[in-house]
Design a protein around this ligand. Structure first.
Ligand code: BG6
Length: 498
């Protein structure tokens, strides 16, 4: 939990209305984040949390909240005083999201609460509901900011294709102004992702190296050991490309590749991200085979535990060809990055969990110690986002003894000694909504353009009848070695640093 001296800006009193408050995201992330935010002062103490609940009594709802908190933040439930204080902030608004009366009830509840009429509406609901909820709020005059701000938070996935994302933007923007809409990508809320920007732009030694003259290629990845858990219904329509690459990893790519913005404000940063997205070379249909990889996990063993194949997971079709691993090689056709491959990949049920940005530099142009020494490996700079956030720099040093042969020297700099001091991504992002800072949120054009970029790949994969398989808990994907064969060091796997 953050300490009070880490909090620079305190939010104004704001009532937080959660749609989907009995759902999994609320249980795992939102409620635990809110409780911690209240404890450390990130949420103003005059704020209330309104949960919109259908077909459940208040008693049942509060018991669900307690059960969730017991599972994900047991220390709060154990602290009776804090827990009671948190409970005193919860208000249930009964109602069905499909009915106008629900939104009127929310409006009445907000009036009853008195004070400032700031409100944040958090949509932790299935995406099909986003547009309908925005409409409902508008009809109940809850998008109107005359008496206080009104901000709408939209969870990922934002659409499932270019067309659906455009439509959703249209629906939302018809009733809310763009500056009222906060599209969440929780990767941007990770402290280590923001740290990437600070490393880039607060250190002058980075900039001269940050271009095609020194960099061979970049790999940005999220490797997970978990499977699809309870989310088959969603995942069967999504797959790894939509779930991770179009959103989290492409957002990270824009941060790695963008030019320094003129100031650290939402629009200045989004403008630079958009320039990167606009410069991404379109993937022609005949290139798809060469520039992408898709695969699906078969049974195997992860961390010593046997796990079943994707197709044997509950609610997955036995002949599903959805990819649980995806990789795409992008090129950014601009002055800085011409010819540098950006390889984005993500997989479930891999051998180890890690999210990293790996910058691989070019090899030394000439091996001075050629006659008796092995060729030095190309240097690499790795930003590890999780777990154990930090930076790793791989250099070459002389082997001790009467030789000029070299060996790799790995310099590690952990980002933090005390992980407790880090706020969770949801705390950071909800706090940003409360203080009206949209810098870590995706603008409408960014989302649409990233869908546009992956659209040819989605199109090509749509009608496939088979998919490669890899054993769960392995790196057994030969197509990845092929995709990275011309890259210095080949496919970079996180275990190399353990
Ligand atoms: C979510 C995806 O957006 O991010 C999940 O839908 C994925 O499939 C998750 O597991 C990964 O997030 P994190 O923070 O654990 O890397």
């Amino acid at each position: 939990m953050l300490t009070s001296d880490q909090i620079i800006e305190t939010a104004e009193p704001t009532n937080i209305v959660i749609f989907g408050v009995t759902g999994d995201l609320s249980k795992r992330k939102l409620m635990p984040a809110l409780v911690r935010m209240l404890c450390c002062g990130l949420v103003n103490t005059d704020s209330k949390i309104l949960g919109v609940v259908n077909n459940r009594s208040e008693e049942v709802w509060l018991e669900l909240v307690r059960e969730g908190m017991q599972q994900f933040s047991p220390e709060i439930v154990a602290d009776k005083k804090r827990w009671q204080k948190f409970l005193s902030r919860l208000i249930m608004v009964p109602g069905d999201l499909g009915e106008e009366t629900t939104y009127q009830r929310i409006a009445e509840a907000l009036v009853t609460l008195g004070g400032k009429k700031n409100a944040m509406f958090y949509c932790a609901i299935p995406p099909d509901w986003y547009g309908k909820v925005a409409q409902g709020l508008h009809k109940a005059n809850l998008a109107n900011q005359a008496e206080g701000y009104r901000r709408l938070v939209i969870e990922k996935p934002f659409g499932h294709s270019l067309e659906s994302a455009r439509l959703l933007n249209k629906e939302l923007q018809a009733v809310f102004k763009e500056e009222q809409i906060y599209r969440i990508d929780h990767y941007l809320g990770k402290e280590s992702v923001q740290n990437l920007l600070v490393y880039r732009f607060a250190n002058s030694i980075m900039e001269p190296l940050w271009n095609r003259n020194y960099i061979d290629h970049i790999q940005i990845f999220a490797s997970e050991t978990i499977g699809i858990e309870y989310r088959a219904k969603y995942y069967e329509k999504s797959g790894a490309l939509r779930d991770m690459i179009q959103s989290h990893l492409m957002q990270m790519m824009t941060l790695v590749a963008m030019e320094p913005p003129v100031e650290f404000t939402a629009d200045a940063v989004s403008d630079e991200k958009m320039k990167v997205l606009n410069a991404i070379r379109s993937i022609e249909p005949e290139q798809i085979k060469m520039d992408t990889v898709s695969a699906q996990y078969a049974s195997g063993s992860v961390n010593g535990e046997p796990v079943s194949a994707y197709v044997s997971e509950e609610n997955v079709s036995p002949d599903s060809v959805i990819e649980t691993f995806a990789a795409v090689r992008f090129y950014i056709d601009n002055w800085r990055w011409q010819g540098v491959p950006f390889i984005l990949w993500s997989g479930k049920r891999m051998k180890s969990k890690a999210s990293e940005v790996m910058i691989r530099f070019r090899k030394p142009p000439f091996n001075l110690f050629n006659s008796h020494a092995s060729a030095p490996a190309a240097n690499a700079l790795v930003f590890r986002l999780q777990p154990e956030a930090g930076i790793v720099l791989r250099l070459n040093a002389k082997k001790p003894g009467l030789t000029t042969d070299n060996e790799e020297m790995v310099m590690r700099a952990p980002y933090l000694d005390n992980a407790e001091e880090v706020a969770d991504a949801y705390e950071i992002l909800m706090h940003d909504v409360l203080i009206g800072d949209r810098t870590l949120f995706s603008r409408a054009d960014e989302i649409e353009t990233s869908w546009e970029i992956v659209e040819p790949v989605l199109e090509a994969w749509k009608n496939r009848i088979s998919v490669e398989r890899y054993h769960a808990g392995t790196w057994d994907i030969p197509a990845m070695d092929e995709l990275t064969k011309d890259c210095e060091g080949g496919w970079h796997k996180p275990t190399e640093y353990k």
